[in-house]
Write a protein that binds this ligand. Structure first.
Ligand code: AMO
Length: 430
């Protein structure tokens, strides 16, 4: 059935009859008449009701209103509907709402908002985060499809971890122990080798991290890319930079209203500086007296270095390149030009890592030897390494955390604000 949305009413002639369905957003009672604001997926409109039709309406009930469209310069957007029939479609059973959602800003803690997620999402500003997030994922797919990538769907119940470390959730899988996938890493590489050449996936990734921070989730959406027949890791950075430019253009066109509601101005063309990790560590020490952990930069370092890049290059982004072998998983291609480093990179955006990527080892013997060097049992990874016996192209890829990207584009303080139903150490409901 075709539904008429609030946004469609403006195009109707004055005097047209219209039936709208949505939620009671606000009520102003003015003696004989009431102004009821009806909210739907796309917006809010004023409905004028007499006492009888106003009846027992309460905030957030679901209603259908039939009435006549009229212009009224005093109404929001200059439009109202003079209602002559009201039906309650979804009753209200609450004593008081958990918090006010119709005043532009919710005066409740993030935890309370998340406890009542389906209510806090009713606030248009909060809903707009996820309308924008949907478009980010859409732009990712569209951009890659234009670049000859194929979308894949890989299993999330897996036999082995891909990223090293101990961040694995265990699953009882009949009489075996299995895990939730930390990343589609092995499968995206296998699909490149299988002949798709270029693949991407938008899917959930699971990390049993013991970090309850503003930037960690235990379940997040990973935007994964893997590309065959590359020359080096810089081609991957070119691809990611291309995507970000495409994304910002796309969001400006498709989400103008939502971005306005968020108070966000997107950048023009981005050109991202590429700086070796060791140089970044030196700069941090010289400019800020900040010491970094061996072979890495900590969260504070990421923030400080972003500040430096903003001042020096006027860029919100920076690629850190050439991470040491010791800090990268066993599948990462070593960099022969600089002893002890790899052909890998991170992308830092406004002080937060949003991407890891790099070229992979594609030679079977080299891979098996490297796995052994990492002290891992090669037999456990035979299902993965076996693919490398049959002609694997030089390849590499990267993954972007969707919530982290959303959070940084919209300048949100906490990653949970960019997760529809966040999973963290303390939250598994709603
Ligand atoms: P990595 O482990 O760095 O790399 O993850 C890639 C990106 O995923 C996001 N991310 C997270 N977001 C929220 N909460 C978490 N706990 C979390 N963990 C990771 C970040 C991060 O930059 N296989 C490689 C990628 C590749 O080389 O293709 C990988 O998973 O934005």
């Amino acid at each position: 059935m075709k539904k008429i949305y609030v946004k469609d009413v403006a195009a109707l002639a004055d005097g047209s009859e219209v039936e709208l369905k949505g939620w009671v957003h606000k009520i102003y009672d003015l003696g004989k008449i009431s102004f009821v604001r009806l909210r739907d997926k796309y917006g809010v409109i004023q409905v004028v009701l007499d006492k009888e039709h106003r009846g027992k309406l309460r905030l957030e009930m679901c209603i259908s209103v039939t009435g006549i469209k009229a212009s009224n310069p005093k109404a929001p957007n200059g439009i109202e509907v003079q209602g002559n029939k009201v039906e309650i479609l979804g009753k209200a059973y609450y004593d008081i709402l958990p918090f006010e959602i119709n005043s532009g800003k919710i005066e409740a803690t993030l935890e309370t908002q998340l406890d009542h997620r389906a209510i806090s999402l009713r606030a248009p500003k909060i809903m707009s985060v996820f309308k924008i997030q949907e478009k980010i994922a859409f732009a990712f797919k569209e951009y890659l499809k234009k670049e000859h990538f194929t979308e894949i769907y890989t299993p999330k119940i897996v036999a082995e971890g891909t990223e090293g470390g101990s961040e694995l959730f265990t699953v009882n899988y009949f009489d075996h122990r299995a895990f939730l996938a930390q990343s589609p890493q092995f499968y995206k590489q296998m699909m490149v080798g299988a002949g798709f050449e270029r693949v991407f996936e938008v899917g959930h990734a699971y990390r049993a991290e013991l970090h309850n921070t503003y930037r960690h989730l235990n379940e997040y959406v990973s935007l994964d890319v893997e590309m065959g027949f590359i020359e080096d890791e810089f081609e991957l950075m070119d691809l990611e930079e291309g995507f970000l430019n495409y994304l910002f253009d796309y969001l400006k066109k498709e989400c103008a209203e939502e971005l306005k509601l968020q108070g966000v101005d997107l950048p023009g063309m981005v050109e991202i500086p590429r700086i070796p990790l060791a140089d970044a560590q030196d700069i941090l020490l010289k400019e800020y007296g900040k010491r970094s952990p061996k072979g890495n930069i900590d969260a504070e370092g990421e923030k400080l270095f972003s500040q430096y890049v903003k001042e020096k290059y006027d860029s919100d982004f920076v690629f850190l390149t050439k991470y040491p072998v010791s800090k990268r998983p066993m599948y990462t291609m070593p960099d022969d030009e600089l002893e002890g480093t790899t052909k890998s990179f991170d992308l830092i955006y406004k002080g937060l890592e949003i991407t890891t990527g790099g070229q992979r080892i594609h030679d079977y013997e080299m891979l098996v030897n490297n796995i052994a060097k990492f002290g891992i049992k090669t037999e456990d990874f035979a299902f993965y390494t076996e693919n490398f016996k049959y002609g694997m192209p030089p390849h590499g890829g990267f993954a972007i955390g969707l919530e982290r990207l959303t959070m940084k584009i919209l300048n949100l303080d906490n990653i949970r604000e960019a997760a529809l139903l966040p999973r963290d150490m303390k939250r598994i409901t709603p």
